[in-house]
Design a binder for this molecule. Structure first.
Ligand code: FES
Ligand code: FES
Length: 155
């Protein structure tokens, strides 16, 4: 079946099977491999993208379910001149990553978290990111990064 999905503002058309996951469409049809696959069972959050502005685990959706809709991935966050999104910049400054495998999903979830709760405190950040697993950082610097981004946005 043919699907048309707008990804990072650009139309992407592809032929998919009914069982094709949105994460596979993003990585293999659109060639955007910043969206990672960690588990394919909706546990780890590495595949998190925005669907019509809301964070979703793209391994937990079919490509068909995104037909006609808009997806944003980590590749779409930075400005055309390379200026990082404020959340990416905060992760960079706070050392909110080590191996980086979880980072795209973590950043996409964190942006949605602050969209819903712009003043999120430490507990709210931890709660909001509990669907995103990181095996490296111990989460401290991730929480700091999200809080820094929130504080800068409200300054
Ligand atoms: Fe989607 Fe782990 S790959 S939640
Ligand atoms: Fe390695 Fe999070 S930085 S899994």
């Amino acid at each position: 079946m043919q699907v048309d999905i707008t990804i990072n503002g650009k139309p992407v058309r592809g032929d998919v099977e009914t069982r094709t996951l949105l994460s596979d469409f993003i990585r293999e049809t659109a060639g955007l491999t910043g969206t990672h696959r960690g588990c394919d069972t909706a546990q780890c959050g590495a595949c998190t993208v925005h669907l019509d502005g809301k964070a979703v685990k793209s391994c937990n959706l079919l490509a068909l379910q995104a037909n006609g809709r808009s997806v944003a991935t980590i590749e779409g966050l930075a400005a055309p001149d390379g200026t990082l999104h404020p959340m990416q910049q905060a992760f960079r400054e706070c050392h909110g990553l080590q191996c980086g495998y979880c980072t795209p999903g973590m950043v996409m979830s964190a942006i949605d978290l602050l969209r819903r709760d712009p003043q999120a405190n430490d507990a709210a950040v931890r709660h909001g990111l509990e669907g995103n697993l990181c095996r490296c950082t111990g989460y401290e610097n991730i929480v700091k990064a999200v809080r820094m981004c929130a504080q800068r946005a409200s300054a």
